[in-house]
Design a protein around this ligand. Sequence first.
Ligand SMILES: Nc1ncnc2c1ncn2[C@@H]1O[C@H](COP(=O)(O)OP(=O)(O)O)[C@@H](O)[C@H]1O
Ligand SMILES: [Mg+2]
Length: 364
Amino acid sequence: MRVGVTYNIKKQRTEDRGQKPEEGRPPDFFAEWDDEDTIEAIQAALSKRHDVVMIEANEDAYVKLRNKRPDIVFNIAEGLWGQGRESQIPAMLDMLRIPYTGSGPLTLAICLDKARAKEILSYYGIPTPRFSIYDLRITNLKTDNRQSSIANRKSLSFPLIVKPLYEGSSKGIRNNSVVNNEAELQNRVEWLIKEYKQPAIVEEFLDGREFTVAMIGNGSALMALPIVEINYSSLPAGVTPIYSYEAKWIWDTPDNPLEIFKCPADIDSRLKKDIETICINAFNTLDIKDWCRIDIRLDSHGKPYILELNPLPGILPDPKSNSCFPKAARAAGMDYDELINTVLDTACKRYGIQYGAKKNYNHL
Ligand SMILES: Nc1ncnc2c1ncn2[C@@H]1O[C@H](COP(=O)(O)OP(=O)(O)O)[C@@H](O)[C@H]1O
Ligand SMILES: [Mg+2]
């Protein structure tokens, strides 16, 4: 089978992280794009079983897809600019009627807008922290005209966490993103809007344990891989217990890894079931396909809430780099190549595509 891989690549290698950013751009500007090692590892995994064609998700992508017409595409592209950037490649593929792994354009766009995703979860009664939005156009910290913001604003109680509305990979989430009073809130929101040129989402801060859940499958075959706990005791003393930009990209390096993830998480069967249930409900409610990583945090009473959903999860191949999805897969006995091929096979099954393997792949 001919498998296309659509991707965006970071023009710097993992070891160059923390380089001086281009002028006027925050240091985590490209944090969501994959590095060369990840793209090469995906290519290598798929090449074990298929003919692989690599398609960079740039402005020429549509023409390349139309000319090469892969049987299916493994999509990992974050897209180029705009609120709908992760939807760009899936929308092109829908137009060309080429099947692809993962969620469609609507779901990817909704999940990239943390507030929209939370509005839908709330509508269906799936727990997620209360929130409010501060928009670019509004001065003096008045909330924007989204109904949910107005409804929620007054009832939010400190501490709050301030995040960019349309980002991932802990972009814009720093050690001082948790605020305790109006003055701190004002400062942080102004900084974020100026630096990231987008609205800020402000949420009630949940101070309980944090988990992330890697999920693969669809319908009745949807399954949660072993749950990962974020172990805050591994962070430097005195810092805010959040998975911040510093925790993800500065304090944790392949040469000096933080022991930040514990997988499988040490939790009782009841909490495990509660977490898995809200994850499955959220996956289905948002019409996610094939795979997703869902971030969960407990409130002070131990009740789980959904922080956000990652339908294009990070998948760093090196076991020494802390990457939750591959880590959860390894805990389930699935190595990197098997993980990538399982995601592809999950999509093939959904589309009813059958193929003869290029090579025998015994694990599957
Ligand atoms: N409402 C919240 N309460 C407590 N911690 C939070 C909350 N929202 C985010 N965080 C912390 O910030 C981290 C990053 O936030 P998240 O919404 O997952 O953004 P990203 O898309 O960058 O991963 C989380 O892993 C968690 O540690
Ligand atoms: Mg997250």
